[in-house]
Write a protein that binds this ligand. Sequence first.
Ligand code: BES
Ligand code: ZN
Ligand code: ZN
Length: 482
Amino acid sequence: MKRVQLTAANSGQSQHKYLVILAEKDGLDRLNDDMLLPAETSFLRQGVERDVSNFFFPRAEGCVFVRLLKKESDPFAAGENARMAGNELLRDLRQYKIESVALRNTCADNRSLAFAEGLALGSYQFLKYYSQAGKKEKNLREIAVEGASETDIAELNSLLNAVFLTRDMVNEPQSHLNAVQLAEAVESAGKQYGFEVEVLEQHQIESLKMGGILAVNRASSVPPRFCILEWKPANPQNKKPVVLIGKGVVYDTGGLSLKPTDGMDYMKCDMAGAATVVGVMTAAAGNNLPLHIIGLIPATDNQIGERAMAPGDVIRMYSGTTVEVLNTDAEGRLILADALHYAKKYDPELVLDLATLTGAAVRALGTQVICYMGTAPENVKRDLEQSGWATYERLVELPLWKEFGEELKSNIADLKNIGSGNAGMITAGKFLEHFTSEYPWLHLDIAGPAYLRTANGYRTKDGTGVGVRLVYDFLKKHYAEK
Ligand code: BES
Ligand code: ZN
Ligand code: ZN
């Protein structure tokens, strides 16, 4: 299906059949006489006095929508407000089956790009498996943003495209996206968008002795994969690469520590971290981000079966550390640990992992927040949090105090893979930290916001693509623009 494209249109001049004017209550004077008829202007002013904020003026051909945006002194709230308003416009566009609109800004701060972003993100649909997908399709094709620069539009198009790719991957069920198919999807994204991909197969993973990945994969009928993605432009701003790692559990049954049906129906989303890494690489390559970035994706499913690892087993990780596996459902940390150890060979500037890692993160903080922790310096954390506000993919930091690590002591091996049960997102973080000596590190537990049962504005239901806009913004502002 064809996805929406943004285009740049001339300021205030587009002869579009369907025009959307963004306005604010105390800036109505900025609506020129040629935008509305005198009768419409007075209708608008009367409505605004009564706190009406959506207007619709039919024309002989097409129509004009006026959307009043609330004034916000906080620029982050203003951006989010515009994105949400953009998403709300969709209802009307769908009702009238409008496929192409022009946006004209009359707000004091230009909010049309954010409005267009919300409108575009909200219009996403995943219809692949409907026999009559065409009938369900309500797609918007074009948003012409008046006065926007071609560069801003191209960047936003490529970022949106990356979010859509990530959502598509997360929404794809394991029946159609197992670990081997995931690696193939990564390879084809690399070819299409211009980053390099190398895929390690089972025998290579075995000869490297990546014991975490192999243990999780043991009961599977599909071999594991380890994908290495690289975007290396000429003259990157960073001497040492930034490494992104994504949890690629294509399906998590829990293993022998089997999940109940209620939690399992969700678990095709357990590769959302991996899909986010693919999305960020796609956006970086698509926009020629002057930054050397490596992506690592350990991919497998977590299955039951007579060959499955069992609670009580001891495994030896790629780093040499031995782990007593007391719960086979705590599998994400086992495959991530091997990738975190692998990352050391790049002598990275920063390693950032993204994972749908714990139910504890969801229970504690819900779906609006990414739980994060790590050993990276304060300025890196503050910039990441700023990007969280800018993209409204917000984060909250949790502590990695050493006391939490005490819970991972095993009386048979170097570590056990679960803590006491309390603060599970932190003990998971402490487990990962064990494999991250030698470089600054950030861990983003996206289990809450990565997958939604019901839509939240432009965060459409199912895979949200969370993390793509956040990490792209962070990489760009923290490294590329300095
Ligand atoms: N994939 C799950 C975490 C998850 C839960 C992701 C809900 C998305 C939504 C992870 O592998 C898991 O099962 N974690 C366990 C760990 C526990 C056994 C220590 C959990 O959090 O319950
Ligand atoms: Zn699990
Ligand atoms: Zn999992």
